[in-house]
Design a protein around this ligand. Structure first.
Ligand SMILES: Cc1cc2nc3c(=O)[nH]c(=O)nc-3n(C[C@H](O)[C@H](O)[C@H](O)COP(=O)(O)O)c2cc1C
Length: 209
C-alpha cells in the first residue's frame, strides 16, 4: 500500500479505546484504534480486532464486549493493553475492575459501554469486525480522548501480520506466502514453488509495503 494512504489516514488521529471481552472462563482485552459508531437507529458500534491478538481468540466465542474510551491521563492503560499480550501476562492483575451483568470485565475510571455482539464479520483481512448493540453504560465519565499520536512510541504486543496459521518459528512473510498460495489454489491457479519463494523473498526484503 502506498505511504500516501497511510499518511492521510494517520492525520485523522483516532481516539483510542480498550476493548475487553470474555468467553470460556477467560478474560481478554486490547488497545483498539479501529472503532466507530456505525448505525444511528438502531445504535450500533463496530470494533476491529486483529487475528494475531489473544483478544481475538476470546472474542470469537464471546457474546458481549465492553468499549472503554481512554482519556489523556490513561497512557498507562494504553501501554498495558496495547504493548502487552494476554498470551503471556494477566493484563487485569492489579487493576481496579469488575464483572458487568453480561460477565464482561469493566475497568474502573473510564467511560465505558457494554455491547451485545450482534454480528461478526471477516472480510479476509487481518482484522475481524464485531458489531455490537449497547446494553449498559458502565460509566459515563467525561474525558478528553487519548489519541494515537500520543502513543506513537508504543510497540503493539502483536503485529497484525502475525497470523495464527503462520506456523511457529515461521516469519510473517512465510505465513503470507502460504496464504497467497491458498488463495491461488482457491482460484484454480496453484503457484509454482519458485513463485512462492519469490513472493516470500520479496516480502522479507520489504515487509512494510
Ligand atoms: C496505537 C495502537 C492501536 C492499536 N489498534 C488496534 C486495533 O484497532 N485492533 C486491534 O486488534 N489491535 C490494535 N492494536 C494492537 C493491540 O492492542 C496489541 O497487539 C495488544 O498487545 C494485543 O493484546 P492481546 O494479545 O492480549 O489481545 C493497537 C496497538 C496500538 C499501540
Amino acid at each position: 500500500m502506498s505511504g500516501t494512504v497511510d499518511d492521510i489516514v494517520a492525520q485523522a488521529d483516532p481516539a483510542l479505546v480498550v476493548v475487553t471481552t470474555a468467553s470460556r472462563d477467560e478474560h481478554a482485552g486490547c488497545l483498539v484504534g479501529f472503532h466507530a459508531q456505525c448505525s444511528i437507529e438502531p445504535f450500533r458500534y463496530a470494533i476491529w480486532i486483529s487475528k494475531a491478538n489473544h483478544t481475538y481468540e476470546v472474542a470469537l466465542f464471546a457474546t458481549h464486549f465492553a468499549v472503554h474510551f481512554l482519556g489523556d491521563q490513561d497512557r498507562g492503560l494504553a501501554e498495558r493493553f496495547g504493548a502487552e499480550t494476554g498470551d503471556s501476562v494477566d493484563k487485569f492483575a492489579g487493576l481496579d475492575w469488575s464483572l458487568s451483568t453480561s460477565d464482561v470485565p469493566v475497568l474502573a475510571g473510564c467511560a465505558a459501554v457494554v455491547f451485545r455482539k450482534e454480528t461478526m464479520w471477516d472480510d479476509g483481512g487481518d482484522h475481524i469486525c464485531l458489531v455490537g448493540a449497547p446494553v449498559t453504560v458502565a460509566s459515563a465519565a467525561a474525558f478528553v480522548p487519548l489519541r494515537v499520536s500520543a502513543v506513537r512510541d508504543l510497540e503493539a504486543g502483536h503485529d497484525p501480520r502475525e497470523r495464527p496459521d503462520a506456523g511457529e518459528g515461521e516469519s510473517s512473510a512465510a505465513g503470507e506466502a502460504e496464504e497467497l498460495q491458498e488463495i491461488a489454489v482457491g482460484f484454480g491457479h496453484e503457484l509454482t514453488p519458485e513463485q512462492v519463494d519469490a513472493f516470500r523473498a520479496d516480502r522479507e526484503s520489504s515487509p512494510d509495503e
